[in-house]
Write a new protein. Structure first.
Length: 148
């Protein structure tokens, strides 16, 4: 599983991740509310697990809502203070792309979430690298064991 566009492959998406530029929940930066690396990794595990059993082919609308709800929870946790700026930008981009999915999205729309510019791809690559180093246990399959 690749964690770059938490949305495009954490399964869709899962590998991936995501925050709105409205100052929402991305805790990285100010330090006061920033989660620890362990909390961040736990939130990513929860994100993955939230929709791992959902099937977009059976109920696409429910899948999209589950994905958006999971992204909201992830955004509310935020990012660790030590996350590099380019990885933070990748996180924000991922959350935004998920949140911006229309409720009436098609499977093609969902597949298109991973289509980004080269500049945005470098941000997602930085996020993927950060997550790979910070949350190495996240590369496994979802299960019911404890979060990191």
């Amino acid at each position: 599983m690749r964690l770059g566009l938490l949305a495009g492959s954490l399964v869709l998406v899962a590998g991936g991740a995501v925050a709105c530029g409205d100052g929402g929940g991305s805790g990285g930066g100010d330090g006061a509310d920033a989660p620890s690396a362990k909390e961040f990794c736990g939130a990513l595990t929860d994100f993955r697990d939230d929709f791992a059993d959902a099937d977009p082919a059976k109920d696409l609308k429910a899948y999209i809502q589950t994905l958006k709800d999971a992204a909201d929870r992830l955004d509310n946790v935020g990012t660790p203070e030590d996350m590099p700026a380019d990885a933070q930008d990748g996180f924000d981009l991922t959350v935004k792309k998920i949140k911006d999915l229309p409720d009436t999205s098609t499977l093609d729309d969902l597949a298109g979430i991973s289509e980004v510019s080269d500049e945005d791809q470098s941000k997602l690559d930085a996020l993927d690298e950060y997550i790979s180093k910070t949350c190495p246990d996240l590369n496994g399959e979802p299960d019911s064991s404890e979060s990191p």
